[in-house]
Design a protein around this ligand. Structure first.
Ligand SMILES: [Zn+2]
Ligand SMILES: [Zn+2]
Ligand SMILES: [Zn+2]
Length: 137
């Protein structure tokens, strides 16, 4: 079973409480991007509000990332890199691949500056078909 580094949580002064540990273990065991409802269903002893708050915290710490789907649904997954990144999302198999591009981030930040927009953050999702789905068709 894979484990999630809890360093970022403890380094920032958050205690690894039992519910947080349970949520982290459920995330580590997830094989696909999940909704908060799906995760919550796997944790019957933990209130949904606690699951929701924990995911929000883990997202802020870049332990978990938010994956907005093309149909408007929101899923979450364990961040592979643990740093800011973007997503390539396959609309056939649902696989999510991370990529990171500092040059792209810079262009996005420049656009915000040009528009006198105070930027809090950004995300970028690319939708299409992954290499194995293309090969299978
Ligand atoms: Zn991600
Ligand atoms: Zn695919
Ligand atoms: Zn970015």
């Amino acid at each position: 079973m894979s484990t999630i580094p809890t360093g970022p949580l403890e380094e920032t002064g958050y205690r690894l409480t039992a519910p947080r540990r349970a949520v982290l273990e459920a995330i580590a065991g997830a094989t696909r991007p999940f909704t908060i409802e799906e995760l919550s269903d796997r944790l019957p002893n933990i209130g949904r509000a606690t699951v929701f708050r924990t995911i929000k915290l883990l997202h802020e710490l870049d332990i978990v990332c938010r994956v907005p789907l093309e149909d408007g649904g929101i899923r979450y997954e364990r961040s592979r890199s643990g740093h800011h990144h973007h997503h390539l999302i396959c609309s056939e198999c649902g696989s999510v691949t991370e990529f990171n591009d500092p040059a792209l981030d810079e262009v996005i930040e420049q656009n915000a500056t040009t528009a006198s927009f105070e930027l809090d953050g950004h995300s970028a999702e690319l939708y299409g078909r992954c290499a194995s789905c293309q090969a299978a068709s």
